[in-house]
Design a protein around this ligand. Structure first.
Ligand SMILES: C[S@@+](CC[C@H](N)C(=O)[O-])C[C@H]1O[C@@H](n2cnc3c(N)ncnc32)[C@H](O)[C@@H]1O
Length: 442
């Protein structure tokens, strides 16, 4: 048995995020190994860690009246994760959460800290927390109530209105369902569901995306159906991108920002072995991920190459592609349910520089697109500057480019498009927030 408890592991992850700004998902996998967390405890560790990050600002609001002085570092994180359990986890008794917190405080600090942690948590247990109704300003109320930085809530409410912003912020606190793409060249969805059932995973067909299944129980990443390449873990919104690109067997396709290869492999599946996908990303270690994914799925027509997409013509001066996907680097605000730390790490000025890179990538892509070819621009974010803004600037500089409504998406998705641009919100159908636009070169 590990000599570290799962709450110590959770605390370690929270501290690492503060110190190194590392990503929670990577840290979690690392901590499970480092602290030898059992399979049984992994679920609770994930819930406590993600939940505490998700609700950090709300927890701080509740803690504030009980703190006599400013507390930072590991002690604040310990208070946050303990309060999270007390307020949001029915299956953890309050006294167990407090007892564990005091034990950790004794082990990591000294008697004084343990006494303070005990005092704060017991007072909250006795007196309860203050109401969010004390906050009058509506933006601040959403910001504190759903733990999204004030500048982001303000920006979103200017872009989408207060109601939609509130809905999105609330939805961002709910864990997403696990979905997978079935490699329809090899098996049907029914067969995939049957295979998974034999391995203890319960899944059903998605009514949103034709290749998708939704998991109700179990983890598909540990099944042989996954290991042998029958399925790929992918969000439903993300799957829509390859549909929008609509590649036809025999074509040559460029995926300009491809790692870890979720969409490159989907495109290759659509090509059914006829045609090629050139999958670029910046560094060799990322290309390795694309190649591993393609190998697992037994796809022979994906070629990974480390390259800055903005320098494509230096490497391939004469090559032209039938279809190009620019699934651009972005702020990632559509995936806050999976990567909650992003909302605190990003600053507003980061979005301006991302928008510049997105425009440069599109400008490079279009140079290598055949006449009559299709270009798709997508992001996993919900932001007008990076999405509509980037598209408008791109169109203004490229009179030979025309935007069109994606014509290969299910109708219940196409209706969400406005001015031919598709912005999916996490509350639309439980998929990630995504933006998809299709262009034609005349
Ligand atoms: C949204 S992710 C791509 C996800 C991928 N399409 C998938 O579905 O698995 C964006 C990727 O763009 C890459 N990237 C950033 N700047 C780039 C550039 N100048 N050229 C090529 N790739 C770039 C990042 O390394 C990152 O892997």
């Amino acid at each position: 048995m590990s000599k570290f408890s799962l709450r110590e592991a959770a605390l370690h992850i929270l501290d690492q995020i503060d110190k190194n700004q590392s990503y929670s998902n990577l840290l979690l996998n690392h901590a499970i190994k480092k602290f030898e967390i059992s399979k049984k405890d992994t679920g609770l560790l994930t819930e406590i860690t993600y939940g505490t990050i998700q609700r950090k600002m709300t927890l701080d609001y509740y803690l504030e009246p009980f703190l006599k002085k400013k507390i930072e570092g590991w002690v604040r994180n310990l208070l946050r994760l303990s309060l999270y359990q007390m307020l949001y986890l029915d299956r953890v008794p309050e006294r167990a959460a407090i007892h564990e917190a005091v034990e950790i405080a004794k082990k990591k600090g000294h008697k004084g800290i343990a006494g303070m942690v005990n005092g704060v948590l017991r007072s909250i247990q006795r007196e309860g927390v203050r109401s969010l109704d004390e906050i009058e300003d509506p933006i601040t109320k959403i910001s504190i109530g759903t733990s999204h930085p004030g500048w982001l809530v303000k920006r979103w409410s200017e872009h989408f209105g207060l109601e939609k912003t509130k809905e999105m912020c609330e939805r961002n606190l709910i864990a997403p369902i696990q979905t997978a793409r079935v490699n329809l060249n090899r098996i049907t969805r029914e067969e995939a569901i049957e295979m998974l059932k034999e391995e203890g995973v319960e899944a059903s067909e998605s009514h949103i995306v034709p290749a998708a299944i939704r998991v109700k129980k179990g983890n598909i990443a540990h099944t042989s159906a996954y290991a042998e390449g029958f399925i790929t873990v992918q969000d439903e919104s993300s799957m829509l991108v390859a549909y929008a690109l609509n590649p036809v067997p025999g074509e040559s396709v460029l995926d300009m920002c491809a790692a870890p290869g979720g969409k490159s492999t989907h495109i290759a599946e659509c090509l059914n072995g006829e045609g090629e996908v050139l999958a670029l990303d910046l560094h060799d270690h990322k290309i390795k991920l694309i190649n591993e994914n393609a190998d697992r799925l037994k796809l022979k027509n994906v070629k990974g190459e480390a390259m800055d997409g903005r320098k494509l013509q230096e490497h391939y001066p004469d090559k032209e592609f039938d279809r190009i996907l620019v699934d651009a680097p972005c702020s990632g605000f559509g995936v806050l349910r999976r990567k909650p730390d992003i909302k605190y790490a990003k600053r507003e000025q980061d979005l301006h520089s991302l928008a510049r890179i997105q425009q440069e990538l599109l400008a490079s892509a279009v140079k290598s697109l055949k006449k009559g070819g299709t270009l798709v621009y997508s992001t996993c974010t919900v932001d007008k500057e990076e999405n509509e803004g980037t598209v408008e600037k791109f169109l203004a500089g490229h009179p030979d480019i025309e935007m069109k409504l994606p014509d290969n998406l299910p109708e219940h998705i196409t209706v969400l498009a406005e001015n031919n641009m598709l912005q999916i919100f996490p509350q639309d159908f439980d998929g990630d927030g995504f933006f998809i636009t299709v262009f034609k070169k005349n």
